[in-house]
Design a protein around this ligand. Structure first.
Ligand code: ATP
Length: 344
């Protein structure tokens, strides 16, 4: 499949500070993509360059094989066929819902604008809210109006900049699920910018993990979570245990016994082992070769527990389901289900 959007080696400095460094990725038609990274890593600047609000110093942006920007070309934002949704919704306070949405479709007759606004408000579940002013809507409702306004002109690509972060946690998840279902239903490609790993993993079909202006890894949520290439990606996407281990022909010696590491590698390596990839049991007299540890911490997380286990002065996080009960001070043995080698 040909990509819809191609971002090729874009670089951007503010004064002398580089904030986007040689960033490249593609988004396919109908795909939901995410840029994930901590505050200040250059996500919004990358999005603003795609939208055309910022000019990259170098690099190229193309959409559906149409050149949008390079060293010599800069198509203005309103001619790019790109829709935008921001964190603060940016609705006009004095316009009602219908007029706010219709505003997204300028330069067409008023009647057509209103018909199309009615249609997209139905799509986002805001049929009965036409006459309301924004300040009489909840945060989730305002966000749906902002979404309706951004898709009314049928953009080829929608850019979503932290659109759910000002909603409270319950509403955030439902609004996110509804927006995702709408985008997939309508076949709209989107790029979500977020610093929330859980949001990126559940919303996007592929994501780019960013660090200090660069892309560290691009992949499906499962791939970046389960096969992180670097310690940074492993750590940013969730809790993990790092251990240094000797690996011979793909088998690592760890404090929890031998474990197969992806790829037949040999040498001293840094391994990432997720807490859910460790299992914990009372010491097995038949397996005295396995080192014993002591539980030094415990946290109840609802449907699971996280334990902290100390073995020979080092501590490890282990996740168990909430039926697997141990007490602080218990002696246990750990086994490892899977480990991945990462670069530092
Ligand atoms: P956040 O999630 O906090 O918005 P981000 O990853 O989106 O972070 P950017 O907003 O792209 O990061 O900012 C990247 C860096 O560039 C930051 O250090 C920021 O202060 C700086 N920056 C952004 N816009 C400008 C500007 N117009 N002038 C100068 N510096 C800027």
């Amino acid at each position: 499949m040909k990509p819809l959007l191609t971002v090729e080696s874009i670089t951007k400095h503010f004064a002398d500070t580089p904030v986007v460094k040689n960033v490249s990725f593609t988004v396919y038609p109908g795909e939901i993509f995410a840029l994930l990274g901590p505050s200040g890593c250059g996500k919004t600047t990358t999005l603003r360059i795609i939208a055309g609000f910022e000019k990259a110093d170098t690099g190229k942006i193309a959409m559906a094989e149409r050149l949008l920007a390079n060293d010599a070309v800069h198509i203005s934002p309103e001619l790019r066929g790109i829709g935008l949704v921001f964190q603060d919704y940016a609705l006009f306070p004095h316009k009602n819902v219908l007029d706010n949405v219709a505003f997204g479709l300028r330069k067409v007759p008023k009647k057509t604008r209103r018909e199309r606004a009615t249609e997209v408000l139905d799509m986002v579940g805001m049929k009965d809210f036409h006459a309301r002013l924004p300040h009489h809507l909840s945060g989730g409702e305002q966000q749906r109006v902002a979404l309706a306004r951004s898709i009314i002109a049928r953009p080829q690509l929608l850019l979503l900049d932290e659109p759910f972060s000002s909603l409270d946690p319950g509403l955030r998840q439902t609004t996110r699920d509804e927006v995702r279902a709408l985008l997939k239903g309508e076949g709209i490609s989107a790029i979500l910018v977020t610093h929330d790993q859980e949001e990126a993993l559940s919303f996007a079909e592929r994501l780019a993990v960013m660090k200090e202006g660069t892309v560290e890894q691009i992949g499906t949520p499962e791939a970046v979570y389960q096969q992180p290439e670097t310690a940074y990606v492993a750590d940013f996407l969730g809790q993990t245990n790092f251990i240094n281990a000797s690996v011979k022909d793909g088998i690592a010696e760890t404090p929890f016994g031998r474990v197969e590491v992806d790829g037949a590698a040999t040498g001293e390596m840094l391994l990432s082992i997720r807490p859910e990839c460790l299992t914990m049991a009372a010491p097995d007299p038949g397996n005295s070769g396995l080192k014993k540890g002591r539980i030094v911490g415990q946290a109840f997380k609802g449907h699971y527990f996280t334990y902290r286990v100390e073995i020979e002065g080092a501590s490890y996080f282990v996740q168990t389901d909430s039926y697997c009960r141990f007490q602080i001070g218990d002696t246990v043995q750990l086994k490892v289900l899977s480990a991945v080698a990462v670069s530092n």
